[in-house]
Design a protein around this ligand. Structure first.
Ligand code: GNR
Ligand code: NI
Length: 182
């Protein structure tokens, strides 16, 4: 198992669409277990492959208190949706931002499991919200895309400021400054 790096907004790679998995092989199963470890370490309830810079339609979810009831959905397709629910969402790729998003309240999703077998899941409330949030990631969409332009501009500015404050970035900018001085 390995921990993977989670991309953060406004990284443009989070806006790319992921491709369907053509074969559920050991490489995919390794990706799934690495994604689960990464999600558990980050204390998230879900994670999409796009967030760890892998453009394949794979997502994992674990909503249990005990953190030992993982769902793994490969090539997920929502085949039924009804109702509306507004939930305060957060995202491991958009740290420290929480806001309300309206989504379907109940869904049915078809997918392949870790063995490549077709499976389906009926979900409601937070589990349904989480599945929709993760499938959005696979389509290159973030929950902040549902917010107003004003809110998104504000948090983009904040995120870019934070990037400049990270040590590696600070080192790079110091280095480029001294390079210019020479
Ligand atoms: O950990 C997460 N919590 C969460 C809360 C409300 C709605 C969606 C989520 S998913 C998020 C983890 C994440 O970023 N998955 O992509
Ligand atoms: Ni997310």
């Amino acid at each position: 198992m390995a921990r993977l790096l989670i991309l953060e907004y406004p990284d443009p790679r989070l806006g790319l669409a992921a491709a369907p998995v053509t074969e559920v092989d050991d490489e995919i199963r390794t990706l799934v277990s690495d994604m689960l470890e990464t999600m558990y370490v980050a204390s998230g309830i879900g994670l999409a492959a796009t967030q760890v810079n892998v453009l394949k339609r794979v997502l994992v979810i674990d909503m249990s208190e005990t953190r030992n009831e993982p769902y793994c959905l490969i090539n997920p397709e929502i085949v039924f949706a009804e109702g509306k629910i507004s939930t305060e969402e957060g995202c491991l790729s958009v740290p420290e931002v929480y806001d309300y998003v309206e989504r379907a309240e109940r869904i049915k999703v078809e997918f392949l499991d870790r063995n490549g077998e077709p499976a389906e899941l009926e979900a409601e409330e937070l589990l349904a919200v989480c599945v929709q949030h993760e499938i959005d990631h696979l389509d290159g969409k973030l929950f902040v895309d549902y917010l107003s332009e004003l809110k998104r501009q504000r948090l983009k500015k904040k995120a870019l400021k934070k990037t400049r404050r990270t040590p590696s970035e600070a080192t790079r900018s110091r280095q480029s400054t001294s390079a210019r001085l020479i």
